[in-house]
Design a protein around this ligand. Sequence first.
Ligand code: AQP
Length: 336
Amino acid sequence: MTENENIKKPVILSGITPTGILTIGHLAGALKNWSQMQNDFDCYYMIADLHAITARQKPADLRLRTLDTAAMFIACGIDPERSVLFIQSHVPEHTQLTWVLSCLTGMGECSRMTQFKDKSQKSEESVNVGLFSYPVLMASDILLYQADAVPVGEDQKQHLELSRDLANRFNNLYSPTFKVPEPYIPKIGARIMSLQDPSKKMSKSDDNQSSVIYLTDTDEVIKNKIKRAVTDSGSDIKANPEKQGIYNLITLYHLSTGKSFEEIEIEFEGKGYGEFKAAVGNAVAGFIRPLREKYEQLRHDDKLLKEILMTGAEKAGRTAAKTLSKVYKKTGFLSF
Ligand code: AQP
């Protein structure tokens, strides 16, 4: 082992819910960064199936999507030899710690969460206790692994704040047990918007498939979706955030080619939306193609995928069990 390998890296944890086929938004906002973070962090990446069931899932779909998501993680650069890649429900400590932390969480703390308020307002019928206490499960995910940092977008900042509060609360009530995690704002990363309504985030559960570029879409499908993407009035290819449609396409071109926004503006000066959309379509299709091919290869090897996920769960389980046993002991649970 080299000296470098001996140095303990900070721990990071993140996850994605297996509620649909991953989109180019997941690549831009999560997986691309995750793959780079493997150089500087000890990474735990989970397929968050426990979180997925806060919205009703068809069991057969959930099973399929869980394996799809695992294969897509690997296709997008998550290396199971370097990172711990696992399915959340395979490590029961997540739900066990959630109970203990739930008993330290005020009702007011969960009801203040803006994501809960938004989601519960949208569909009152489907509001369940799981959706309400989801941030406590998220705190458990993070605290079990003594994560130093958590990559968060704007929408998760409030949840991370609760994780920090709960870690401090437990540490003060008993004795230092949890590391208090810091938010990690990745250097790169972009929010990708819906192709049909660029004021909305591109989401894997969008009913309108034309709004979404799935990482499994073929070249032709990608080119067509981009051709039909909603653009704004005007004809200039300028990176103006107020022109949301064209700004989104510029972001996609930047993501797929690595060219800066300035370079892109110069390249398309005096050219129309039609020509630009064709170039974006070609670039995105070329960018996604190798990932899709690797994904398809992996997805046909169930045995290998399952082996990887079982190994990941064992590794994650060892760390999680250590933390949970401290928590149980300090809480006053007997062990014989
Ligand atoms: N459009 C996006 N642009 C940038 N980043 C995105 N992420 C998701 N969509 C985009 C990033 O992916 C991680 C979590 O994904 P998730 O699927 O667990 O949750 P989500 O953000 O709720 O994604 P969806 O697609 O909108 O899921 P559904 O439709 O199931 O609710 C985060 O890092 C997020 O920033």
